[in-house]
Design a protein. Sequence first.
Length: 451
Amino acid sequence: MSWVLPRINVLRLAATLWLCLLGMQAAGEEIKSPNANLTLTFTLQSGGVPTYRVTYKGRDVILSSKLGLELKNAPALTNGFSVTDSKTTTFDETWQPVWGEVKNIRNHYNELALTLTQAQTGRFILVRFRVFDDGLGFRYEFPRQPNLSYFVIKEERTQFALTGDHKAFWLPGDYDTQEYSTVTSNLSQVRGLMKSAVTSNASQTVFSDTGVQTPLMLKSKDGLYINIHEAALIDYSCMSLELDDKNFVLESHLTPDAQGDKGYLQTPAVSPWRTLIVSDRAGDILESKLVLNLNEPTKYKDVSWIKPIKYVGVWWEMITGKSTWSYTDMENIKLDLIDYTKVKPNGTHAANTAHVKEYIDFAAKHGFDAVLVEGWNIGWASRDLELGAQLRATHGPSVQVHGRQWLQRGEKRVRWKHHSTRRASLRAMDGESLSLCDNESRRLPHHGERA
């Protein structure tokens, strides 16, 4: 005997199965922090759009927020995805930084790694979440594959959908500088305060009336402290945030190059970690080691030459207005034509040889190891001409502009460092250099690496 199912029943069965599959995708994947206070939920929305949401002790922190990237001259990696693999792991280690507030740092998290496949293009990416007790980090990973090898980022579309008009502690979004005073306001006030927040600077490029820099510190009306930042920033553009001040959604805004492109990647590659630190206690944000844990371990095999120091700096008295950056009040200076020995000093510029010697003596007397000097070079800017760039010590060993830079003061040897770049630079006694920038200022020795 043969059985024949009516056509209508087959269609209904297929439709039911399809709806079940959609329901499974909508239910998403969930992972909790080791102490179960923080919950991360990943969901594919209609059209295969990847989203995530975050709760802390049952309270919403991040509402449903989209993930993905737009590419230049290629289909976007923002939709059309299905989850083709899901893995969870737990990791727990304790490591020792070269220097820092504590001797031992615990690196304990639960991880969810999702493979998202875009069937229409034959491409796939991984989104990796690491959930700690004090927050989470996530990043995009681009494995080697036939249909995705070289690509240019047009914009990253990572969202942080907030629960309301939080109090924010923010700096204006600027491609060139962070040298602004922190503004404290509600997010709804950012647009109205932006003009006054953008104070004059020698180099600045503000990109939006509602753009802010990271790290961004927030406080919700129900008492949650939230910090948004990034970690392991290597071979990728720095992230600022663009604010939708109607819906209180923050979206990643990458720093472009001169052509407007925001990243040149070749698979295999990864993005930096996008970090979210959350607590109902403000001090937990400061004490968090989440960003440190997400940075890569240092590649230096020998770190014995890295020594913590205390230092004083001439720079501070110039930014406070006690003295000036400008050596002269002359206008329209051509650096290659002017005879600096004939320039009339204005008498208010602090980074001069005599004054720096006073700082060196002060540092030696009071136990400081170094003196940081900025604006102490010829042509730092047209307003910044310093005759003392060629320092001659009147007593003690000579001081060199390049190489080892220190003066002997009795039993105290004091280093001085001439600094006129945007990124602070510390030079070790043996000539090794360290570069500190933005979110890595507590991590040595390389940007995005763990000390």
